[in-house]
Design a protein around this ligand. Structure first.
Ligand SMILES: [Zn+2]
Length: 91
């Protein structure tokens, strides 16, 4: 499957987005891409993500595999994430 997705989700670090800054929803963690809360603004509250900060969402993803508890029912199970590439970043 060639998805041609080469933009990285700020929350889970998977390459799940076709474009940044376009409010795309990440299918892996369900973080909504928000230009106001990019990787370099991890403590800004994201209105698109119900007031979560990116830092909180990243912690949730590490802990439960979703950007927040409410999204846990929607995210891809770990075995389905293999469709996407992941590039880890240093904090
Ligand atoms: Zn994500």
């Amino acid at each position: 499957m060639d998805l041609e997705l080469d933009c990285q989700c700020d929350c889970c670090d998977y390459l799940t987005l076709s474009k940044k800054g376009d409010s795309q929803l990440c299918p892996v963690c369900f973080w909504e891409d928000d230009p106001a809360c990019s990787f370099t603004k991890a403590d800004a509250r994201s209105e698109a993500n119900h007031g979560l900060t990116l830092r909180e969402a990243r912690e949730s993803f590490c802990r439960i595999g979703a950007s927040c508890d409410d999204m846990l029912a929607h995210v891809l199970p770990p075995h389905a994430r293999t469709h996407f590439r992941r590039v880890s970043r240093a904090e």
